[in-house]
Design a protein around this ligand. Structure first.
Ligand code: SAH
Ligand code: SF4
Ligand code: F3S
Length: 516
């Protein structure tokens, strides 16, 4: 029998964060009812889940495994780190395989194909569940905030055990406990929230770099975009909470942070004590141990002179700005509700190139927005030629139900869109290859991220401008910033050699026993 439980709307006030380090799961009393305050309540349920997971381990004679698959953007990647952290505390063993005791998909719905991918995977999961009937299948993230999706899942995907959205991921342990107790389909979707729950566990993908949410949601309502509907209204975190997290990360060995928000340039405007994004950057720069700062995403309409000045004088803020254009036609930009014109974008890009000549400018472009004519498309190509983007993500417009653009007339026929998309891609790639070559022959700092996927005598790292570099080196370099001579540009990445000075320093470090 189905025991679907639903809650569709909750608004609540801020919760007082408690210090993560102060919580000791073993000391939590699970005989008494759960505490009401967060995040203590979630730690209570983590312990309750852990008790059940330990019983299952004994029954099965093995550890219980969990797989979290992430679709979509950096926000979702960050959320998945939190979900994995909770699963770790509960006692699951992490696996990359979907043949797991718990499989959780953190979904994206920004374009229809992101959405279709999830349904495709669900068919596969249902087969796995036939082999392991106790398998828990969970879905969360942006797609779950769409009522039509949840209706479809309720009707045709009854084998899914747990469905929750973007506003309540902090309640994962509590919801999972209900599933572990035997309830078959738990659904908990909030329409919006003003709650920001801090200090839950997180499992970081990299030991040396980490994303940090500085704000949630979006207020811009670009007419094609579903994000404001599925991520809710813009909420900035308090600077002191952000700094506290960055300090904690730095103490833990993180040297690069990526500040995350849908529109970081409007950070702090709605705080009780408003501050600007540029001011926040200056504060983050002061955190000892942090050597690189990145941020994502900047909306052109809110990019201030103050930010350009801060970026220009900073030695820590990376030489990279992602500045989505979306379209080069002022007419289409107006229909998109982007609130800048072609001329304003060009002037901004010009100022950036002038003030920070090494800056890598990357972008997002949509082709085939309703009503886009060949003339409008030519305007886009014109901006691409003028700005000379270091790299660009190009997207075919995807109709998202509920957005104003979905109801617009003049949807552009598929064959025309595909032809424009191909022409744009060719231009973008040609320019991007030329721009990537800009630093060939130079010796620049590289943060080493991993052993090369294809050749384990090489390591792979990232330049400040976000380009990848492969060069001979060992695993011990991972997480370090080293100087690399960029010998050859191979289109969109570099082959290099570690500079002799860095190698000598590295040798000294080993000889003197310094461990990073
Ligand atoms: N907040 C960021 C973007 C988030 S979504 C910003 O404003 O720049 C990432 C990208 O997906 C967008 O920049 C846009 O280019 C693309 N995108 C969003 N909705 C889309 C849609 N309906 N169809 C095609 N591409 C879309
Ligand atoms: Fe979507 Fe526009 Fe918000 Fe970016 S700024 S998330 S494109 S509505
Ligand atoms: Fe997708 Fe949600 Fe990000 S819709 S792009 S995962 S904010």
């Amino acid at each position: 029998m189905s025991t679907a439980k639903e809650r569709t709307s909750t608004k609540s006030t801020d919760v007082n964060a408690v210090n993560l380090k102060a919580i000791d799961l073993d000391s939590i009393d699970t005989v008494n009812p759960a505490p009401a305050e967060e995040p203590a309540r979630q730690y209570y349920f983590m312990k309750k889940c852990r008790e059940i997971i330990r019983e299952r381990e004994l029954e099965d004679g093995r550890r219980q495994t969990a797989n979290v698959t992430t679709f979509g953007c950096q926000m979702n990647a960050k959320d998945s780190e939190k979900l994995r952290g909770i699963l770790d505390v509960i006692g699951f063993e992490r696996t990359e395989s979907e043949e797991a005791d718990l499989c959780l998909y953190n979904t994206c719905t920004v374009r229809e194909n992101a959405n279709l991918k999830v349904y495709g995977h669900l068919g596969y999961l249902s087969n796995l569940k036939k082999k392991n009937p106790r398998m828990i299948i969970g879905l969360c993230g942006c797609m779950m905030q769409e009522p039509d999706v949840v209706e479809k899942l309720k009707k045709s995907y009854r084998f899914v055990n747990l469905i929750f959205g973007t506003h309540n991921i902090f309640r994962f342990a509590e919801l999972l406990y209900q599933v572990l107790e035997g309830q078959q389909m738990i659904i908990d979707i909030w329409q919006d929230t003003d709650k920001i729950v801090e200090d839950l566990p997180a499992d970081r993908t990299y030991s040396f770099k980490c994303g940090v949410n500085i704000m949630y949601g979006c207020n811009n309502f670009c007419t094609y975009c579903i994000v404001p509907y599925v991520r809710g209204r813009e909420r900035s975190r308090r600077p002191e909470d952000i700094l506290c997290e960055v300090e904690r990360l730095a103490t833990d060995g993180v040297i690069e942070v990526m500040l995350l928000g849908q529109n970081v340039n409007s950070y702090g405007k709605t705080l009780d004590e408003p501050i600007s994004f540029a001011e926040l950057l200056k504060m983050v720069e002061q955190v000892p141990g942090i050597e690189r700062i990145r941020f994502m995403t900047s909306h052109p309409k809110d990019l201030s002179d103050e930010l350009i000045a801060v970026m220009k004088q900073s030695s820590k803020i990376c030489c990279h700005l992602h500045l989505p254009l979306q379209s080069g036609s002022s007419r289409i930009l107006k229909k998109m509700n982007r609130r800048y014109t072609k001329e304003q974008y060009l002037a901004l890009a010009d100022r950036l190139r002038r003030e920070i000549p090494d800056l890598s400018i990357t972008t997002d472009i949509i082709v085939g927005f309703p009503g886009e004519t060949e003339e409008d498309f030519q305007e886009t190509l014109d901006v691409v030629r003028k700005v000379r983007f270091d790299s660009a993500f190009t997207f075919i417009y995807s109709k998202r139900t509920g957005t104003p653009a979905a109801a617009m007339e003049d949807q552009v026929p598929d064959d025309i869109v595909k032809d424009r998309f191909n022409r744009l891609l060719t231009l973008v790639q040609t320019i991007s290859q030329e721009m990537s070559k800009r630093v060939e022959g130079q010796t620049l700092p590289v943060l080493v991220e991993s052993v090369n996927d294809h050749d384990d005598s090489l390591v792979t790292g990232r330049l400040s401008n976000n380009l990848l570099v492969h060069f001979p080196g060992g695993r011990d370099l991972i997480g370090k910033i080293v100087d690399v001579h960029l010998t050859e540009c191979k289109g969109f990445y570099y082959m290099g050699e570690m500079s002799c000075e860095t190698m000598e320093e590295d040798l000294d470090d080993h000889q003197s026993g310094i461990v990073f």
